[in-house]
Design a binder for this molecule. Structure first.
Ligand code: 2HG
Ligand code: ZN
Length: 450
């Protein structure tokens, strides 16, 4: 039996796609920067089908690339050329919420929005949230250890994952879904797979921790004089606002782009160098506390506090629409980096000059998750200098002891730069882990480890 025949037998003919008009949307990533033809797209419905697909690929020595909602930004979810593209999007099982444990077991293909709705219907919520919530799947979020806009309060995906089920490279299945609160029985194999970017195993189900649903929210947009000003305001607000759940940064040119491309009205009568979206959430309305805290803080050039849900959405849009507005302007070089907070201002101040030295025409748009020092460096118009821009930015990050990937992963786009954030000893150890779990090197070749 050929591989294609085996795959058809495993999942049904209609779930093995080979025609370019059917496979096309799976083969190009969201940014349009990464693209490659697959041998075929396979769409299993459950763990048993995934196991059979992976077993067949191992038998035929066929490389596999894994994809959830195809919202990844580092090229990890699309083929380089010729791989079997394994889409986990049909693994959409939602088990009932376990109210005693405050946990739920879900399929890897469940979207973040569907998980949030499911948890909220049971009076709970999910701790991770991000702009791609309608398409991003929880399997992909776990595979990349995604962060998003509420890391300040709840941490990244690694904190939410209490257990998982995964198909290993030979087709065997590891099921660890009990979600026990305390379990010291050796190596943490669940945590090993979180953030492994599809290079070690195929995550098929997840046991996720849920958080209390906080129905009362307050959102403010604050104008400040720059990154140092934003950090100072955040430092002052934190002790005053125990309900703080987000602190998101963007700059004047990002606001111009969002308003220009998407027709949003400007938030303040005057322009300012930098802006901070802050959100509090709690069981009682945090609006008064937010207003009080803002009135006590120094360094505000202007501020507005939303009075109702549509206005809260509108203030969030200035920040959350950055990715869309940038994509409307062109295909950017996307660099998701993390800096020690003490180095953030100097890093940002020097960045335009450093980029201009290798790409004089390029435009840098910066925004991100301020509390974590996580900046999204988007460079438009780099053209032929895209590689040089990547090198100059990531070397600059490394020179400040930052990380070249904060929450999007290393993927294909930064695999050649891993040594900037990981020592030779660590990279060698990562290679041994990869060799142990995927000796044929069939899972996501070219992703993370070259
Ligand atoms: C966000 O924080 C996402 O909005 C996307 O991580 C970042 O588009 C980007 O660079
Ligand atoms: Zn982000």
């Amino acid at each position: 039996m050929t591989l294609l025949e085996g795959l058809r037998a495993a999942v049904g003919v209609e779930h093995v796609l080979t025609e370019a008009d059917l496979t096309g949307s799976y083969e190009t990533d969201w940014t349009r920067r990464f693209s490659g033809r697959s041998a075929c797209v396979v769409r299993p419905a459950d763990t048993a089908q995934v196991a059979e697909i992976v077993r067949l690929c191992a038998e035929h020595g066929a490389p596999v690339v894994l994809q959830g909602g195809n919202t990844g930004l580092v090229g990890a979810g699309v083929p380089a050329g010729g791989e079997v593209l394994l889409s986990l999007a049909r693994l959409t099982q939602l088990d009932p919420v376990d109210l005693d444990a405050g946990q739920v077991t879900v399929g890897a293909g469940v979207t973040l929005a569907a998980l949030q709705a499911h948890a909220r219907a049971a009076g709970l919520d999910f701790g991770v949230d991000l702009a791609a919530r309608d398409s991003a799947t929880v399997g992909g979020l776990a595979a990349t250890n995604a962060g998003g806009i509420r890391v300040l309060r709840y941490g990244s995906m690694d904190v939410q994952v209490a257990g998982l089920e995964a198909v290993l490279a030979d087709g065997s299945v590891m099921t660890r879904l009990t979600g026990l609160a305390k379990d010291n029985t050796g190596y943490d194999l669940v945590r090993l797979l979180v953030g492994s970017e599809g290079t070690l195993a195929v995550i098929t189900r997840l046991r996720l921790r849920l958080v209390p649903q906080l129905r009362e929210r307050a959102v403010a947009l604050v104008a400040v004089d720059g990154v140092a000003g934003a950090l100072s305001v955040l430092r002052q607000l934190k002790p005053l606002l125990p309900d703080l759940s987000a602190a998101e940064l963007f700059l004047a040119d990002g606001l111009d782009l969002v308003c220009g491309k998407l027709g949003l009205s400007r938030p303040f009568p005057q322009d300012h160098p930098a802006y901070l979206v802050v959100e509090c959430a709690g069981p009682v309305d945090p609006t008064d506390a937010m207003v009080d805290a803002l009135s006590q803080a120094d360094g505000l050039r202007d501020a507005t506090v939303a009075k109702d849900a549509p206005t809260r959405r509108a203030l969030w849009d200035y920040r959350e629409k950055h990715t869309e507005a940038i994509s409307l302007a062109g295909v950017p070089v996307k660099l998701d980096v993390c800096l020690p907070l003490g180095a953030l201002t100097e890093f940002v101040d020097g960045l335009p000059g450093a980029v201009a030295a290798v790409a004089p025409e390029a435009v840098v748009v910066l925004f991100g998750h301020l509390n974590e020092g996580n900046l999204h460096v988007n460079v438009l118009g780099a053209g032929e200098a895209a590689g040089a821009v990547t090198t100059v930015v990531l070397e600059r990050v490394a020179s400040y002891a930052g990380s070249i990937s904060s929450e999007h992963g290393v993927g294909r786009s930064k695999a050649a730069y891993l040594g900037l954030s990981r020592s030779p000893v660590e990279v060698a150890l990562m290679r041994s882990v990869k060799q142990a779990l995927d000796p044929q090197g069939l899972l996501s070749p070219g992703v993370l480890l070259l």
